[in-house]
Design a protein around this ligand. Structure first.
Ligand code: PLP
Length: 378
């Protein structure tokens, strides 16, 4: 598809509004066939995408647009060799969305409703012909060039202008195609930032929209300094690793121990993070969740990488902190990160056995393979 300046969301959009119970609705926005849309002159296609990104029922002035009171999720449906789509641990995203909403003191959306809604909206868009199909050519490059269906559920508050909480929010789910997030052949250099992403007692553990302003600022500054990614340190001592701009962090130390910052109220509990820890334990690695000083990474790490749904497993070639730069290995992806990346992508794209029950139906399945929404729960 041609490069677009407008978000190319798929026609089917899910919404649920809380008014004592969740009232669900599917809206089909204006569309042509996927092929006819691809063939449109750029300007016309942009106009169509823009039209699809408008929802009459959502108020303009509210606690979300004015004060960033919202939370969101990000998950993917992966094209499978048999033509179907599979979701990666969607129940975990549903649980996290429910916890995020509770953390923002709004009515929480049940995880099983979340999974069913995600499955149904993806299936409707698949039936319309908008979702990508499996391409065996992706296998040669470990799926780094693969397309997936990105699923973005988010909350949206009711009308209001004074600072307040939401008692009657919407949950909206949209889909769009995404390719790879980090360029695989970049130099993957990182730098610590003086900015603070999250503070104790704050909203860092919530996938809260307001958190991402500081992340975006730090990432832009890192890019201006010639780096790919900004690394946040703790707010009190500016000494311990916290997160990347929107990914969890891991270091492999010289004795092959895998270390990731322990969860607290400043770290987002990533589903990819937990999955990588499971894969590492399976490999017999020692896995530690603890405070990780930046000097330890500079002195002793042989690999350094970030994890997240968007980033996948993204290796970092170097880390700069207060004038000192350490390079990890030869700056290219190391053996441990490469193993995690291959395992995860292999499982997600249906090429490796799903031993942990992580995958769930995402659309286009025959009755025999359909399972209940809770099936992805561990
Ligand atoms: C979403 C997110 C992650 C990664 O979480 P996944 O569940 O692995 O996608 C990490 N850090 C932040 C700040 C995030 O928003």
């Amino acid at each position: 598809m041609a490069k677009s300046f407008t978000l190319a969301i798929y026609p089917w959009v899910y919404s649920a509004k809380f008014d004592g119970t969740w009232r669900e609705e599917f809206a089909k926005q204006r569309h042509l066939s996927a092929e006819a849309e691809a063939a449109l002159p750029d300007e016309e296609r942009e106009r169509l995408y823009l039209e699809r990104n408008r929802f009459e029922q959502l108020p303009l002035i509210n606690f979300t647009t004015q004060y960033g009171l919202a939370c969101f999720e990000g998950l993917k449906a992966f094209p499978q060799p048999d033509g179907s789509l599979s979701l990666f641990r969607p129940f975990d995203n549903g649980l996290r969305m429910a916890r995020s909403m509770e953390g923002l003191i709004m009515p929480s959306f049940p995880a099983d409703t979340f999974v069913r809604a995600v499955q149904q909206v993806v299936e409707r868009n698949r039936t319309l012909g908008f979702t990508p199909a499996y391409d065996p050519a992706w296998e040669a490059a470990d799926f780094v060039t693969a397309d997936t269906v990105y699923i973005r559920p988010f909350s949206y508050a009711e009308s209001g202008i004074g600072v307040d909480l939401s008692v009657s929010p919407w949950v909206i789910i949209i889909n769009t195609t995404v390719g790879s997030y980090f360029s695989p052949d970049g130099d993957a250099s990182t730098t610590t930032t003086r900015r603070v992403r999250a503070t104790p007692g704050g909203t860092g553990w919530i996938k809260c929209s307001g958190n991402y302003v500081i992340s975006a600022l730090a990432k832009k500054e890192a890019e201006a300094a010639g780096c790919m990614e900004a690394i946040f340190l703790d707010s009190a001592e500016h000494r311990y690793l916290e997160e990347g701009s929107s990914c969890n962090l891991f270091a492999v130390l010289s004795d092959d121990t895998l270390v990731t910052p322990s969860l607290g109220d400043t770290i987002l509990p990533g589903i990819t993070r937990r999955s990588v820890m499971t894969l590492a334990e399976e490999q017999g690695m020692t896995v530690q969740e603890r405070r990780l000083p930046v000097e330890e990474v500079l002195d002793d790490a042989v690999e350094f990488f970030g994890t997240g749904t968007a980033a996948g497993v993204a290796h970092f070639g170097s880390l700069t902190h207060e004038g000192r730069t350490a390079t990890f290995g030869d700056g290219k992806i190391g053996p441990r990160a490469l193993h995690f990346l291959r395992q995860l992508k292999g499982i997600q794209f249906g090429r490796l056995p799903d031993r942990h029950g992580w995958m769930a139906p995402g659309g286009g399945l025959t009755a025999g393979r359909r399972s209940s929404p809770g099936a992805a729960k561990r």
